[in-house]
Write a new protein. Structure first.
Ligand code: MN
Length: 300
């Protein structure tokens, strides 16, 4: 029996460029750029590295605020230490995810661990920003942390692997609780592997190739290319031919929020007035502060 699958049409392919962020942090960023501000509900996609740090070279993001959306950090190599104004402290290790809902406001730092700073090493990961609907923008801040083994992992016939972090791909659901329907997957395709992802009609569907080359819903894409599908219907299919080299792909899907977006640096709200309020609240210290290292903890 043969079945016919309708592929989701591709709207455009966005090629990311490597750039240095403040402090020399190397990122590869498909969006936002001048030509692609956001793909509702996704506000930003940054590939952190890959970069091989020498001893003393590792760089991070010292304390800074966020309000009105979620930051999602997924590490593949290296480690990032997180501290925040709610007292949260954690290390995001390879394969782990921190899904942080900034909501009404949080101040956090995202820094290399002491060990990474001292010894150096390979650092590679992703950070995406997911918008929140107006009704959830001022929700209490929280974060969900998951270690690599908590994610659904599906072995593919050619030797590759699909990891589902959030939502459902190929019938496999991930553990993250999201405010609106969001799908986040990571496919490692070996030659001959394919994954079919049934995206709900009308939802945004992005496939970001970050290593190798793949066929994405009938369009060829290589490392650094984000394939943006139409918000129509049909499945997203990513594959690598049997004589191909393999590929690493992030799959990102979500229900569009379709509300006005006012963004200013680390704040993403609906109106300019709400941005002014966010800046005022931050300047007045109303987003809190990160507790001093070791406070409240007795050390030997
Ligand atoms: Mn941040």
């Amino acid at each position: 029996m043969t079945t016919t699958t309708t592929l989701r049409p591709v709207d455009r392919v966005v090629t990311a460029h490597r750039q240095e962020e403040g402090g020399g942090f190397v990122v590869r960023r498909p969006f936002p750029t001048a030509g692609a501000d956001h793909f509702d509900p996704f506000l930003l996609l940054d590939e952190l590295g890959p970069v091989e740090y020498g001893p003393g070279e590792a760089i991070g993001a010292p304390q800074h605020p966020h309000r009105g959306f979620e930051t999602v950090t997924y590490m593949l190599h290296g480690a990032m230490e997180h501290r925040d104004s709610t007292g949260g402290v954690g290390v995001i290790r390879p394969g782990a995810v921190q899904w942080m809902t900034a909501g009404s406001g949080i101040i956090h730092s995202e820094m290399p661990t002491d060990d990474m700073t001292r010894r150096g090493g390979l650092n590679h990961g992703f950070q995406i920003w997911v918008n929140l609907p107006a009704a959830d923008k001022m929700t209490a801040p929280r974060y969900q942390g998951f270690e690599a083994e908590e994610f659904t992992r599906v072995a593919l016939p050619g030797g590759g692997m699909l990891r589902v972090l959030a939502g459902t791909i190929a019938g496999h659901a991930g553990p993250v609780e999201t405010s609106i329907p969001i799908t986040y997957g990571h496919a490692t395709l070996a030659p001959g592997d394919a994954v079919e992802w049934e995206v709900a009609d009308g939802e945004t569907a992005l496939a970001h190739v970050f290593d190798g080359a793949a066929d994405v819903s009938g369009t060829s894409a290589r490392s650094g290319q984000l394939v943006v599908h139409e918000r129509s219907s049909g499945v997203v299919r990513v594959s690598v031919p049997a004589d191909g080299e393999g590929a690493e792909i992030l799959l990102l899907g979500g229900r569009p929020i379709d509300e006005p977006i006012a963004r200013h640096g680390p704040f993403v709200m609906n109106t300019r007035e709400e941005i002014v309020q966010a800046v005022d609240d931050f300047n007045a210290g109303r987003l809190g502060s990160i507790p001093a290292v070791g406070s409240g903890v007795s050390r030997p």
